[in-house]
Design a protein around this ligand. Structure first.
Ligand code: ZN
Length: 343
């Protein structure tokens, strides 16, 4: 079947309107939703892409609930997010040190999409001047009121332009880029707010990972990255990739620095690929069921939930859980390393 289509909106990275359809329905709701693999650069995206304004309006209405400061994430969520923060922090430190780099003491850090604040809390616990931006009113107020953090409530499009040029030594953004419609403009804006010699730590879901055939494509994710398309997007926005994890991991983690200011801005030679189409062809129900039965993933998930439940018993709040985790784990090695230095 020929799935070549001409898109309603151009690719926000390479500008091409030619693509191959990967899916036609929203995996969560079953409603019609076209997801494509760009012929130009290999980026995945929904088509048509919403405008920045439409997306902002959706998040604003979705997240603008009045929590009256009473919103509290479950302690199990805090524990899991705290452990993720430690893994990412450990990976970051390892990569920086392998490049002879390091954060200055008292560095200014910004976590975009800070959620309930675990990464900001960790950066602060390690002696840095930590900031966060979070669109969800409940999470932002939890981070401010319960954890005592500098986390502002609002979208990155509202809040980031107000920051000083070159203000941050480290900007982090975990599971945010795949929700945007203007990745180049956003990454260029972050670059302007990053100090000379500063860095950007990004994590997005790996769009080629194996999973249920229905789950993968849904409205909240506007963009789908492979390692290649993520790196190309960063290069096109003026970033140099310092280090990354394995292309086969469930999430893609990248450490980047602003390209040298003397480097000429050139249009990258896009490396097109059909990785999303091929990954989707591998996601069949029989393959998924066999994987679920033989990989031990279901049991691992259940065991992990039980361990988390046991672990948080006896803690009276998020701060106590994180203090325990971060004080205990100053030298905890990250779980998902095997990082590869970028060529
Ligand atoms: Zn493209």
């Amino acid at each position: 079947m020929n799935k070549a289509i001409t898109c309603l909106t151009p690719c926000p990275v390479c500008g091409s309107t030619h693509a191959e359809a990967v899916a036609h329905i929203d995996g969560k709701t079953g409603e019609p939703l076209v997801t494509v693999n760009c012929n130009g650069c290999g980026l995945g995206r929904i088509d048509p892409l919403p405008t920045v304004q439409a997306l902002e309006a959706w998040y604003a209405s979705h997240y603008r609930q009045d929590y009256k400061g009473a919103f509290q994430p479950a302690l199990r969520h805090v524990l899991r997010a705290g452990r993720n923060a430690l893994d990412r922090w450990g990976w970051l430190q390892q990569q920086l040190s392998s490049h002879g780099l390091g954060l200055p003491s008292g560095a200014s850090t910004l976590d975009i999409g800070a959620s309930s604040g675990e990464f900001v809390y960790l950066a602060q616990a390690r002696g840095h001047h930590a900031h966060g931006i979070e669109p969800h009113a409940g999470y932002a107020s939890h981070a401010r009121d319960t954890l005592g953090l500098r986390v502002e409530n609002g979208s990155l499009h509202q809040l980031l332009p107000q920051k000083h040029e070159g203000q941050f030594d480290l900007v982090s953004m975990f599971h945010v880029l795949e929700h945007l419609t203007d990745p180049l403009a956003t990454l260029q804006l972050i670059k302007r707010k990053t100090a000379p010699g500063g860095c950007l730590l990004i994590e997005v879901p790996n769009a080629t990972r194996f999973c249920s055939p229905r789950y993968m494509f849904f409205k909240a994710h506007t963009l789908y990255f492979t390692q290649t398309s993520l790196h190309q997007t960063l290069h096109a926005a003026g970033w140099h990739v310092l280090a990354h994890n394995e292309a086969t991991d469930d999430n893609l983690l990248v450490l980047a620095q602003p390209s040298s200011p003397t480097a000429e801005a050139t249009t990258p030679a896009w490396q097109a690929n059909r990785a999303l189409v091929q990954a989707q062809q591998r996601r069949t129900w029989p393959a998924y069921l066999v994987d679920q039965l033989t990989s031990g993933r279901v049991v691992q998930k259940m065991n992990k939930r039980q361990e988390e439940k046991r672990m948080v018993r006896g803690f009276d709040g998020a701060r106590a859980v994180l203090d325990h985790l971060y004080q205990q784990s100053t030298h905890r090695p990250p779980e998902k390393t095997k990082a590869t230095a970028a060529a």
